[in-house]
Design a protein around this ligand. Structure first.
Ligand code: ATP
Ligand code: MG
Length: 257
């Protein structure tokens, strides 16, 4: 079997905010087709880690590479780092589909406008082609009928499915999900997890921060447990949930069940 390519490779990532070192040396590789779930307590650095991957936060040290291309960083003159090539960051970020907890749809645009915005204005896809693909994506997530509606007229679950369609529209190299269901009413969680589960079955590369342990266990190929800014334990779901080694992980699992 041929080795799968590295979609995202993070090496010894550190991030500090002032005196607080939030990430303390994290290395993690997502190969094409991996579905990596990141779990851990509040404040353990999960969101910061995702945000460093697409450079919404700049690492204090360490490296991030997307499809083998390292993001170029230079000293910022204050002992930290800054991207040395803005256009590289824009180009790489444009192909990472990020889905946040709070939907983040553009409220002044209809659903289909949200979906075609980045393809047309960032990636230069002809409008007609972007529309056709966008409508197909909305059909896929069950929102074709809502394409000309503004986000505020949709339920939370529908908005999040629209946000997923928008993320898919850039034909992402990988998708990053940050607790995509935690802002939803319980009865709407299932429809969003259903869409993400389908993407996992298609073997789309994704890194998913979630507190839905059952879901993580069912869809992830690999689980990473973050605690206090380091990977405390990682492995296949059966091991992490069935035979956790560290005391911290054991406590965490029993606290969320
Ligand atoms: N921009 C920032 N400035 C200062 N501190 C920050 C900033 N962003 C995050 N932090 C701090 O970094 C730590 C990790 O935050 P982060 O949001 O990554 O945690 P998390 O694991 O995603 O938590 P949660 O499960 O609550 O979402 C927290 O102590 C947080 O207060
Ligand atoms: Mg978070």
């Amino acid at each position: 079997m041929t080795e799968r390519a590295e979609a995202i490779a993070v090496r010894d990532l550190r991030k500090r905010f002032g005196a607080l070192e939030v990430l303390r040396g994290i290395s993690l590789t997502a190969h094409e087709g991996d579905v990596i779930a990141i779990i851990g307590g509040s404040g353990s650095g999960k969101s910061t880690f995702l945000r460093c991957i697409n450079m919404l936060e700049t690492p204090s040290s360490g490296s991030v590479a997307i499809r083998g291309e390292a993001i170029a960083l230079k000293g910022d003159g204050h002992g930290g780092l800054a991207p040395s090539n803005r256009r590289q960051v824009q180009r790489l970020r444009a192909r990472l589909g990020m889905v946040f907890q709070s939907f983040n749809l553009w409220q002044h645009m209809t659903i289909i406008q949200n979906v075609i915005e980045a393809p047309v204005h960032v990636l230069g896809v002809p409008r007609a082609e972007a529309m056709e693909r966008g409508e197909a994506l909305l059909r896929r997530v069950g929102l074709f009928e809502k394409r000309d509606v503004y986000p505020s007229f949709l339920s939370g679950g529908q908005q999040q499915r629209a946000a997923i369609a928008r993320a898919l529209a850039v034909q992402p190299h990988a998708m990053l999900f940050d607790e995509p269901t935690s802002a939803l009413d319980p009865e709407l969680v299932g429809e969003v997890l259903g869409v993400i589960g389908d993407l996992a079955k298609e073997k789309r590369t994704m890194i998913l921060v979630t507190h839905e342990m059952k879901f993580a266990r069912n869809v992830a190929s690999h689980i990473v447990f973050l605690a206090q800014g380091v990977i405390e334990e990682q492995g296949p779901p059966e091991q992490i949930f069935g035979d956790p080694r560290s005391e911290r992980l054991r406590k965490f699992i029993s606290s969320v069940h």
